[in-house]
Each structure stands twice: as C-alpha cells, then as structure tokens.
Design a protein around this ligand. Structure first.
Ligand code: 1HN
Length: 368
C-alpha cells in the first residue's frame, strides 16, 4: 500500500474526529485546550442589585404573596443573568431577600443546602432552628446548617427583612438537593432561648451531630461592630482593608462547610489594592458610599446594594465617604480550601487597575 500523503492523512483524521463525536467519544487531542486553559475561563460576569429595586419588589410581594396559601417563602433570588439555569447569584451560592410580615410564619422545612440569614430591617422576629428560637436583631448573622428544621415567625408589629444565602447551586452541582416539609407550620420549641449560645457554653451533646460542626447559630452584630471599631486603627490588609471572618468557635475556620462570612470595613478614603482569587464572593453594603472596580469595570454602591465578584476577577474597593464603609460578605472559599483549589494573585504595577473600562449601570425603577 502506498504511504499516505500528509493531506490525505489530515482528511482521515478529520473524519475520525467527527466519527468519535457521533459515538459520544471526544478526542482529547482536538479538544483539550478548551478544557485546560492557561487562565480559568469564568462563565459569568459581576452584577450589582440596587436596594431601592429590591425593596420595591419586596413591598409588592408583601401585598400579593400569601404564606398561608402555599407560598413556602416570600423571597426572590438575586440571579446573575448568566446563571439563570442554576438560579445562582454566583456559581455556588444563591442570595435572596425575604420579607415576613407581622403575624406570619414561614413554614418549617429542612434541606441539605446550608443557609445563612443576615437581618436587614426589623427586630424581634425569630428563626427556629432545630427547635431553638433565635431572635433577630438588625445585622445579626443567623446560621441554618444543612438538614436542620427551620421556620421563621414574626410575632411583632413590624415587618422583618433579611438577606438569605444558600449553597443550593453547589448542591445542585453535586446532585444532592434533598428537601422535607415539616408536617406542621411550626416546629415546636424544644430548646430554651439562648440554648447554643448561652446554656451550652462550649460543651455540646454528642448525639446531636448537626451541633458539632456548627456550634453557634447567632452572631450578634453588636459584637462584630464593636470588634470592627476596635480594629479600625490597625493596618489590616492592603487588599481587603479591615476584614473579620465570622468563625466556628471550636475550630476557628468558616461558619459552614461551604460558606464563609465576613464583616469588612473600609476606612474613609481607603482604596484597596487590586487582587483576585479563585473563590467567588457576594458583598452586601451596610453603610458608607463608594465603588468597586471589577476587571476594569466600575460598580458604584450605596447602603443596601448587593454585588458579586466572580472567581478570578480583579477587584479593588474604594471608600469615597467621609465615614467608614462596611460590607457583609459571603464567600464560597471553604469549598476551594477543602479541595486545595484556593489561589490568589496580587495586581502588579501600582496595585490598582489602570483602566476603568466602563461603569455598570443597573436598571433602576423610573424616578428612583
Ligand atoms: C429557603 O428554604 C429559604 O428557609 C430561603 O427561608 C430562600 C431559596 C431557595 C431554596 C430554599 C428559607 C430559599 C430557600
């Protein structure tokens, strides 16, 4: 047989590649560069939601959505336009805002997804987690660990609003979205007020498996705010300013296996150095005013706004206010740490991104 020419060999190889695909076999030699790239290909861009818009729609949902007629929760997810298929704010975390009106109870259920709540407006409502009532104050952080029964009750005379963050996009990826509804609207209070935080000290019942990895359920803002205030004068991080992590009091480390929470303070005029890391983050603006530059794009923020930073995006924060700016931050870094996927890079040059390519303008309500 005559030896093949280069050209006929190429034609045959093309045919082989096409045939392989039809057999549900992908030739690595033709496709590996789309899988393994010098820099990660991140499939979604940053996004910012304005507080006025969130509040407007929460009010409308307050008029129309009835918890007693089958609406499990009066909340909506802040969905990144590129992550609609997983309802994700980032690829691992879904953030929502939720409203419970006086006299209402959002029914008891449990899911394998971990949840956190960060209280925005109102006080005195409770989340009952595994039979323990946890009463809310503004800016408290409340954890609902995986597979714990929880219902939200408002026995006060004012509405309550909070930000939820759940790791359901990660659970969907892992194909473990389990859910149970409790047979009654409320799970009975089986534990006294302050059970985990006060009564139990730092000892825990050995038979309550959920209580071991997540020993503390409520992190009071009064304490976190005091710590931020105390640390304001310290150097902090050139990339993050004053960044406190809410920790598991037994192990240090993140509050949940999949999500870490932080309180961040930027001092007046502070302009952090740009850096990027593999984990994604969601920033909820508590107070102050300023902007962040994410891969060269400027995002202006004000209190109540929520924005997210995708993996491996350069980011720097600028506080333009005369007072402190503070964020509450949720990150999926624990997942990256668990699998040794955490990487971080500092921006070169003078530490700031040189160009601001454009300014992100979110859709505002007319007149807002
Ligand atoms: C959920 O169970 C709550 O318990 C809030 O309050 C938001 C978003 C998606 C799936 C479950 C809650 C949620 C959620």
């Amino acid at each position: 047989m005559a030896s093949r020419t280069e050209a006929s060999r190429d034609v045959e190889l093309e045919r082989l590649n096409a045939e392989l695909l039809k057999q549900n076999l992908t030739p690595t030699w033709a496709y590996y560069t789309s899988l393994i790239t010098p820099q990660p290909k991140v499939s979604y861009a940053p996004y910012l939601w304005k507080w006025e818009v969130l509040l407007h729609y929460l009010r409308r949902a307050g008029e129309l959505v009835d918890l007693e007629r089958g609406a499990e929760r009066r909340s909506f997810e802040l969905v990144n336009p590129a992550l609609r298929h997983i309802m994700g704010t980032t690829h691992t975390i879904g953030a929502a805002v939720q409203l419970v009106k006086p006299g209402e109870v959002a029914p008891a259920h449990r899911h394998l997804a971990n949840a956190i709540r960060f209280i925005v407006k109102g006080r005195g409502s409770y989340t009952a987690v595994q039979g323990e009532p946890l009463y809310m104050e503004e800016r408290d952080l409340i954890l609902t660990p995986s597979w714990t029964w929880h219902d939200h009750g408002n026995e006060t005379t004012e509405p309550i609003i909070w930000v939820d963050a759940l790791d359901y996009p990660f659970n969907q990826l892992m194909q473990v979205s389990f859910f149970n509804a409790y047979p009654e609207a409320r799970h009975p209070f089986t534990k006294p007020l302050g059970y985990t935080a006060n009564w139990m000290g730092f000892a825990r019942p050995t038979w309550e498996t959920y209580a071991e990895p997540v020993p503390l359920a409520t992190y009071r803002w009064t304490e976190t705010a005091r710590a931020l205030q105390y640390l304001q004068g310290s150097e902090g991080s050139p990339f993050d300013g004053i960044l406190l992590e809410y920790v598991n009091p037994f192990r240090q480390g993140p509050v949940l296996p999949t999500m870490a929470c932080y309180a961040q303070l930027l001092r007046p005029g502070e302009h952090t150095r740009a850096h990027r890391h593999t984990s994604s983050a969601i920033c909820f603006v508590l107070d102050g005013a300023g902007y962040s530059v994410l891969n060269g794009e400027r995002f202006n923020w004000a209190p109540g706004d929520l924005f997210m930073i995708p993996p491996w995006y350069w980011h720097e924060h600028v506080n333009t206010a005369a007072e402190e700016s503070r964020f509450f931050v949720i990150s999926d870094k624990p997942i990256y740490d668990t699998f040794n996927l955490s990487r971080e890079e500092a921006y070169a040059e003078n530490g700031h991104q040189q160009r601001v390519e454009k300014t992100f303008t979110p859709m505002l309500l007319s007149g807002a």
